[in-house]
Design a protein around this ligand. Structure first.
Ligand code: C2O
Ligand code: CU
Ligand code: CU
Length: 471
């Protein structure tokens, strides 16, 4: 299936165009201009049109929609258990909301227009306030006209800091976005193409890290880095291979896991998924190592590279300190008393639904297609008893990948195709392969109406979405 687009500006050209920002891709843990301080008393976040220089100085700046004037938006940091408050101002000329992806928060703060709050009208404000119970790497994005608003750049990282983080020398954050740019570096029109909605979604031709086509990331021999990666792309799945390095995954979707090397040496992250890695820079000063995205085999490309400085190593042997993150206060599912439900993902090209089924939908869950920003008149897919464990079986009958996301809860991934998942793998988004069945479990302890949807934006708005109600 071809995934390339007929655009003329290629990644190779973009690579040549790069070159200015030595530190693109590397954000210090604190002190970056765009970094809010911990536990802001009240933060202001404006969504507005802006211009961003993403592909190098010999191309014009790109007209984007941005939080706080930058793409991605400012890195927001809050301490675990501290109050977070953000006044969001809408200076777009359409409605918007902000969703705090992965945070277990009260339903009224979840940012789903028509379901948990009225949309924020142009010129209006809305105040979000919550206390994040879990430390970890989260992110924020609009939940209104999501395909277009996120596709034009509205997204940012939200980091909830542990009281006692593991010892590292430095922290890096890579927010990955994928853009379909025209020859003059503008966001191409044509969001919501029917063909791509029924296939892999709107894949771009330019991948940025922290809003730039990245230059090499300078690293120092011997140092230990905590690398937080957020896949904020609207449709692109990445499979990252770190040449010459053995990263340890210590958290997925913000939730600590048993430290392990990526399965098969590839860190697979669908849209909306995050990983925290501990990376020991164990190679020689002066060496350079690519980080390759090889999800689409024949279209593998170098996302970014680690470039060792020439100076003496920081230390001779890897740091002798635990890489394990402190646990989050997640409610443990009780499988013995669980209620069990099956959700069947249907449709798409070659999915037997016809390319477009009812009401312009390309996809369905259990035969129901919620589209657009979410049709709140539709009955919920499931109504769950409060505090009961729910085991959800997500059966993908389609020929396409779906990063399935549940709001307001984190789930434990139990099984993939009937095989038990090793370790305790928690998440809020689980990547379901074509024809695969994935079983997840969570305690329905957060009352309200919660979205469950595919995070490929084209899929979400064309039917792969529904609501779970927790009484
Ligand atoms: Cu990032 Cu409804 O989700
Ligand atoms: Cu979410
Ligand atoms: Cu999908």
């Amino acid at each position: 299936m071809p995934i390339t687009t007929p655009l003329e500006l290629t990644r190779r050209q973009f690579w040549k165009a790069g070159g200015a920002l030595a530190l693109a891709g590397a954000l210090p843990a604190r002190g970056h201009a765009a970094t809010a301080t911990s536990a802001p008393a009240s933060l202001r976040l404006t969504a507005a049109p802006a211009r961003a220089s993403m592909v190098g100085d010999d191309h014009p700046a790109t007209a984007v929609w941005a939080y706080g004037g930058s793409v991605p938006g400012p890195v927001l940091r809050v301490r675990q258990g501290a109050r977070f408050r953000a006044v969001v101002e809408n200076r777009l000329d359409e409605d918007t909301t902000v969703h705090w992806h992965g945070i277990r928060l009260p339903n009224a703060m979840d940012g789903v227009p028509g379901l948990t709050q009225p949309p924020i009208r142009p010129g209006a404000r809305f105040t979000y306030e919550f206390t994040p119970p879990d430390a970890g790497t989260f992110w924020y994005h609009p939940h209104d006209n999501s395909l277009v608003q996120q596709g034009r750049g509205l997204a940012g990282a939200l980091i909830v800091e542990e009281a006692e983080p593991p010892r590292v020398d430095r922290e890096l954050l890579w927010v990955i976005q994928d853009w379909r740019l025209t020859r003059d570096a503008q966001v191409a029109l044509g969001f919501g193409g029917r063909m791509e909605a029924a296939m892999a979604g709107r894949l771009g031709n330019t991948v940025t890290v922290n809003g730039r086509v990245p230059d090499d990331v300078p690293v120092r021999a011997g140092e230990r880095v905590r690398l937080r990666i957020v896949n904020a792309a609207t449709a692109r799945i990445v499979a990252l291979r770190f040449e010459g390095h053995r990263p340890l995954v210590v958290a997925l979707d913000g939730q600590p896991c048993e430290p392990h090397e990526p399965v098969g040496g590839r860190l697979l992250l669908g849209p909306a998924m995050r990983a925290d890695l501990i990376l020991d820079m164990a190679d020689r000063p002066g060496s350079r190592h690519a980080v390759i995205d090889g999800f689409h085999d024949r279209l593998a490309y170098e996302l970014v590279a680690l470039a060792y400085e020439r100076g003496a190593p920081l230390r001779e042997h890897a740091l002798d300190a635990s890489v394990r993150l402190p646990p989050n206060p997640l409610p443990q599912p009780d499988l013995a008393t669980a209620e069990r439900h099956e959700l069947v993902l249907q449709g798409g090209m070659m999915g037997g639904m016809g390319m477009m089924g009812m009401r312009g939908a390309a996809w369905a869950i259990n035969g129901m297609s919620m589209t657009g920003k979410g049709d709140t008149h539709m009955p919920p897919l499931l109504s769950l008893a409060r505090r009961r464990t729910c085991v959800l079986s997500l059966r993908n009958e389609t020929a396409w990948w779906h990063p399935m996301h549940l709001h307001g809860h984190s789930f434990l991934v139990l099984m993939r195709n009937g095989t038990a998942v090793a370790g305790a793998e928690w998440g809020d988004t689980v990547l379901v392969e074509p024809r695969q069945t994935v079983e997840v479990a969570f305690v329905a302890d957060n009352p309200g109406a919660w979205m469950l949807h595919c995070h490929v934006m084209d899929h979400e708005v064309s039917g792969l979405m529904g609501v779970l109600r927790v009484a």
